[in-house]
Design a protein around this ligand. Structure first.
Ligand code: ATP
Ligand code: MG
Length: 476
């Protein structure tokens, strides 16, 4: 299986890193530089207006000597790490903090025009080619007596300003790197807690496609993934048992069909080729009849069970009927078999009539199957009891015998198709092991319950419930 999802996330992570780096190195870097320049310009401008309003104006008013102004400006420029100039309106330099002995052409700024500043109070560049390195230049007019007499200029090398913005940019880069590391940790956590479980589920699903349902996902977290994994495991288990059930069913059906067919074939061949003499033929024809009946019963039981899907329900023809009447009629039908085994059926019925709502034919079959078992697995000269009791809205029907009983480890299995306990196997060759499976399906289709209580060697009791009929109808 390719790690496409993982590669997608990894690519997303790398793109996030690269785009982040490009963004910081272009947009953020430029924005930071502009901001630092504007801030510096503002600070220098405040200083510039201070100098223009006090020292320079004093000079123009004649209250301060040129040399005194020069020394003041040198001190300030040294302290601020800048270069300060005082120029007149035509661009002639009167004082330069970096040059105390100005003369001739040095003292004039070629092409100086105050309108070049526009609406701004600062400009960036070589300032009329007077600097080889780019400068931030701030200006403020000197206005003693409300007349512009000149300008104070402060120059600061742009490299000083950039150095500061680079320092700030370094902090941004470090933050970006930390974010990148954090995202990597998130990627690892994603890989551990989301990607790996998904990959595990995908590989287990592949195993299911190949028919191997034994694999379990084994993720037990209390989140959506844990829920999905549990649903997966449940589904695999269902499919597995379904497949198992189907295999078991087919092998049981073929086995149960093969043995009577083999014996029928054997006896018919023996009769035809004369191995069985004429006077013995009656005996073997009876065995053939017996086996044919068994096959007949097997076929109708399988057809009956087939009406109940594993989850679907058979169509029930619900009606109100007297369950006591049905029990009496069933007991009568078993009279012949009971007298053969010197057995009796004792009926303890609640009242004369007891009306229930159910599918009469199917419930009759339940009572028939249970009574048949009770007689079949009882000792001669014993008796069985069929009892009805009414409680709340329910009717409890119990079929009880004192026969061979069911071993405790077989109690749950008796409902399985074709299951027969070891105790009964030798005794009843005719049994298909489908009777109780049909009983269970019928009771479940009615949304009712059936239980079995049994002690090996003592006896067995089957109890099932039915819904008591609200209205009283006469038995049909
Ligand atoms: P069939 O009902 O098709 O004739 P069967 O009676 O063997 O066959 P079930 O009715 O499904 O099959 O019963 C399954 C098994 O449960 C029986 O073979 C028997 O081992 C056990 N069993 C059922 N009822 C009793 C009982 N009353 N006493 C002891 N064992 C029982
Ligand atoms: Mg039976």
């Amino acid at each position: 299986m390719k790690r496409i999802l993982y590669l997608k996330f990894l690519a997303g992570y790398l793109i996030f890193g690269i785009l982040g780096f490009i963004l910081v190195s272009t947009v953020t870097s430029q924005a930071l530089q502009n901001r630092v320049e504007a801030l510096d310009a503002h600070t220098l401008y405040t200083e510039c207006t201070e100098i223009a309003a006090h020292y320079a104006s004093d000079y123009y008013k004649g209250t301060m000597e040129l040399s005194e102004l020069q020394s003041h400006l040198e001190t300030i420029s040294h302290y601020m790490n800048t270069q300060i100039k005082v120029i007149d309106v035509s661009g002639r330099i009167i004082i330069d903090s970096a040059n105390s002995s100005l003369s001739g052409e040095d003292a004039v700024i070629e092409g100086f025009n105050i309108s070049d500043f526009g609406s701004k109070y600062y400009m960036i560049g070589s300032f009329y080619n007077t600097f080889s390195e780019k400068q931030l230049t701030v200006f403020a007019p000197i206005t003693p007596g409300y007349r512009v007499r000149g300008y104070v200029l402060i120059h600061k090398p742009l490299s000083d300003i950039s150095a500061y913005s680079y320092e700030l940019l370094d902090i941004v880069y470090i933050t970006l790197l930390l974010l990148f590391l954090l995202a990597f940790i998130l990627l690892l956590l994603f890989s551990l807690f989301i990607y790996r479980p998904i990959r595990r589920m995908a590989s287990v699903a592949d195993a299911y496609i190949d028919g191997d349902f034994s694999q379990k996902i084994n993720i037990h977290t209390q989140d959506e993934l844990g829920h999905l994994a549990a649903a997966f495991d449940y589904m695999a288990n269902e499919l597995n048992t379904l497949e198992d059930d189907q295999r078991k069913f087919v092998s049981n059906v073929s086995h149960d069909f093969r043995s009577p067919l083999t014996s029928i074939k054997g006896y018919v061949e023996a009769i035809l080729d004369g191995t069985i003499p004429y006077e013995m033929q009656d005996k073997y024809l009876n065995i053939i009849l017996f086996e044919t009946e068994r096959l007949n019963k097997l076929t109708s039981s399988i057809l009956e069970l087939n009406k109940f899907g594993s989850h679907g329900k058979a169509i029930l023809y619900m009606k109100h009927f007297d369950i006591n009447y049905i029990i009496r009629m069933t007991a009568l039908a078993f009279e012949g078999r009971c007298s053969e085994k010197h057995m009796s059926i004792e009926l303890i019925l609640s009242g004369q009539n007891l009306y229930v709502t159910a599918d009469m034919a199917k419930i009759q079959q339940v009572i028939y199957n249970l009574t048949d078992n009770a007689i079949k697995f009882s000792h001669p000269d014993s008796s069985i009891t069929i009892e009805t009791t009414e409680k709340n809205d329910k009717v409890f029907v119990s079929v009880k015998d004192s026969g061979i009983g069911i071993p405790s480890d077989s109690l749950k299995k008796v409902w399985e198709r074709f299951y027969k306990t070891d105790l009964s196997r030798g005794k009843d060759k005719r049994g298909t092991g489908l009777g109780l499976a049909i009983v269970k399906e019928i009771i479940q289709a009615h949304d009712e319950n059936i239980n079995v209580i049994s002690t090996e060697g003592v006896g067995t009791e089957f109890i099932f419930t039915l819904s008591l009929s609200k209205e009283q109808f006469s038995a049909t």
